[in-house]
Design a protein around this ligand. Sequence first.
Ligand code: SAM
Length: 330
Amino acid sequence: MKKVPELIWSLKEESKKIEGNTPVFIKTQQIYDDNERNHIVFQGDNLEVIKGMANDYSEKIKIIYLDPPYNTGNEFIYSGGNLEEKYSNFKQSRDAGNAKENRHFDWLNMIYPRLLLSKELLNENGVIIVSIDDNEYANLRLILDEIYGEEKYIGTFVWHRRNYDESNEGIISHQHEYIVVYGNPKFDSEKTKRISSWIYKEYEQNDTTTEAMKLDYQYTGKQDLVDILEQDIGMNYPKPVKMLKQLVNYFSEPNDVILDLFAGSGTTGQAIVELNKESNSFRKCILVQIPKKTKKGGYDDISKITIDRITRAIMKNGENESISVYQIRK
Ligand SMILES: C[S@@+](CC[C@H](N)C(=O)[O-])C[C@H]1O[C@@H](n2cnc3c(N)ncnc32)[C@H](O)[C@@H]1O
């Protein structure tokens, strides 16, 4: 009998079986000549991309960062590889019942195979970092305990993201989000100071016993995005660049590779380009964003926002940096 509690849900076992051919990538763009810091953007479903990365990137990644849809009730993209057909039959019969009640099930079937498979890409000192809120925090912890082992749980940062908001439903006003970290980080002597679990605005607390992540003015990274794109495209909740910079700086070394599986506007890309400039490091990022139609700010596809943001970051701050863009061959 298993000694640790395990989360069980329908189709869990099926979602583990990753079948099908290994995807082949084709390079569709090279932005600036392939340089000493060459970043990669994959325009594709992250499950397929992880499968395709298995040969070249096995145990090569220092940080895997995930900022998945939080499952707040809005639709998210489900793609489950070989599970897709089974899942859609199941979903149809189930949705005749109550789709909303089953949203945890949907989310788990989406995230579980991605967490399971991406673990193979992490190197021995690597960490997985996941942004999440109250909707799936408990489920996420249980499946990460199962996949990585409870002893690999490093901690949860609590990010004070917004002030009290009257429109926030319920008795408790949720003003924070979480950043969950698992893995095997090795710290050099300069990083021996403990990191506070609080992420807050600069002036809110003054904790001298621990090093804390502090943000300047913003509760989200909206203004960072507006500044770099030179327009407001109506993406209101990207992560703050400064927060990503601090996370990457704590958990990686100057030559490491960082993989972001849900890239969105590409905050992680900008953070790494800026960090390279500020600390003369050679970090490389791999960003994965599914092509998704949009009308935001004149872009027709979210993944083009990802590419444009990192291109602009290089134009503004980068030295000897370049980007290769890949798609999955159909
Ligand atoms: C919460 S957002 C990430 C925001 C990002 N951290 C930022 O700061 O802009 C999640 C992103 O993941 C993308 N996404 C959802 N499912 C995906 C999948 N299966 N493969 C790749 N990207 C996916 C969504 O289109 C969305 O852009």
